[in-house]
Design a protein around this ligand. Sequence first.
Ligand code: ADP
Ligand code: MG
Length: 670
Amino acid sequence: MEYSLQVLKITRNRIQLLNAMNIFTVKDLIQHYPYRYDEIMETPLHDEQKVMIEAVLIDEPKLFFKGRLSRLTFHCQYHEKILSVVIFNRHFLKKNMKTGMLLTITGKYEAKRQTIVASDIKLKSIRELEGITPVYSLKEGITQKSFQGYVKKALLFYQGHISNIIPDYLCSKYELINRAEALNKIHFPELRSDVIAAIRYLKYEEFFRFQLTMQYIKINRTQHIGISKMIDKEKVDRFIERLPFSLTVDQQNVVEDILLDLSSSKLMYRFVQGDVGSGKTVVAAIGLYANYLAGYQGAMMAPTEILAIQHYHSLQKLFKRTKVKTVLLTGKLSVKEKKQLYSQIENGEVDIIIGTHALFQDKVVYHRLGLVITDEQHRFGVEQRKALKDKGTKVDFLVMTATPIPRTLAISLYGDMDVSTIMTMPQGRKEVITKFIKSTSMKPILKELKAYLANGGQCYVICPLISESESIAGRNAVDISKAMASYFQGQYHVGLIHGQMNDEEKNMIMEDFQKNRIQILVSTTVIEVGVDVANANMIIIYNAERFGLSQLHQLRGRVGRSHQQGYCYLLSEAEHQEQQERLEFLQNHHNGFEVSEYDLKQRGPGDILGNKQSGLPTFMVGDIFKDFHILEIARKDASNALKYHLEDPKIQKMLAEIKNNLLMNNEYID
Ligand code: ADP
Ligand code: MG
């Protein structure tokens, strides 16, 4: 089915241009869908609005030149109104304009002067123009018209090969049009309803294929393709007994899941989620220890250098009384240090390697890599997974995330993983006292802040913007930090940190904050996934309505991590009742899962996942955020298909294709 573009007899030159747009085959061409449609339709006259009307020319147009610029004016009759029309730099229109003819005028209407400042004039009636035109995103050198020509050829060529993919029982259930029709209609619609029907089909197909793929991978993974590791249960138990605390029930269950995965012949691909402070690190450590006892190396990857260092220290402490050798590998090491470390890793002299992305560079050769754990999965995408796979065959994989995701969302997006959840916090942990303050300034809480600082505490201040913005209202970190620095001059040091700084600057500021050389840290959300500063127990968030609830919950998780009481102030003068209710919800709820469930119900998955997160699957037509309900429906349908409709020829064909793709992409399957 992958015919090259040559079959369409397009010139070599043009083929190169298409290649530059990532279009290499006939199929690619057909799957380059329009990104919008222009619709020609008469609009009513509304003051100050863009309008499109049909009117009769009633006088001779007048043309004025000023240098090379021109202005054409005339009058026309529109129902009972006489309108004057002006258009610039279209002098060439004049010679074909005859009084009494019908014109289609597009432009901005001004009621007071009964004028249209036109952006386009067609010497035709609207009826002759009406229709819907696709608009493609194209590289320079290819016009919309010529691209449409190629697509037309491609569809003609392909027509005979397009067969339905979605089984009939599903097509009729959702009243989907057939595939060939959908592809024709998305490129050559006659009506808007054609586009809607086409997109409806294509989204469902895309999501259904995705879900079928995920579930297929999962079924395969659970069938004997991992290594069955010998777990020394006694030693692991002794390790757990010697911890300075006893595990919570949830932690015990997750440990159980992990040990089962390690010892079974299936490949582990598990997702552990739990709020900040719920105790994921120790769970990871137990997994790494069991893996070590079985004779394998383990690696733990963090998204930033600071976090890697933090994990390194935590793990070193936990492994203090064992023979486990842990090392830290980051991009910061000198060439010599790295070289030495690489050889230790390769010889198997070290057991657990903690680091950043540096862990997966080509130069790092592992001795016997058995388990990889990554922290904060949203920062890691498919590429990392691939890189990881190249580091050893049959490596068990554990992902930890502090972004609690509702179960439906997790299995819809990461359907190929198993999910473990740490729902409850260790005993004795205090809830962060959260207060929603109706204000855009700090005034109402200044007294509390001063008392808190006077007591030796440190504080985070979060702003939605880095610097002043013309288009977006909201407090900005640069101005707030200046204002606070001058207010507290001679008393406290104020630091500023934001996403436009480079890593080195950020690390320096964070270090200053950690060492209490800075008492007030003004920041954007860069600290969201971040460091543990035990002495920082107050966080003040400006324009809190501007953040998603899950994000606010994450931010709140920065404080109250030691045994001290944490405080979170949500400043907002949001007008909407819904916004106020959301902030009140956060004031009264402290469990991340409750927060994210609420967020999902109220606002869909966008706020929970953030918009630019890597590691999310990408779709051509479907939108994870807007079309989440379709994704969920497709998940259930795929699951049913694998249970009850395996004999359906279309399902069989789809599965064969999926298997082929997975093999080509070198994914783990039998
Ligand atoms: P997370 O990685 O989930 O944010 P950590 O693993 O860093 O949380 O744990 C936070 C703190 O709680 C650590 O100081 C850790 O030692 C402690 N901790 C973990 N589990 C327990 C437990 N079961 N009881 C008491 N303290 C615990
Ligand atoms: Mg952690």
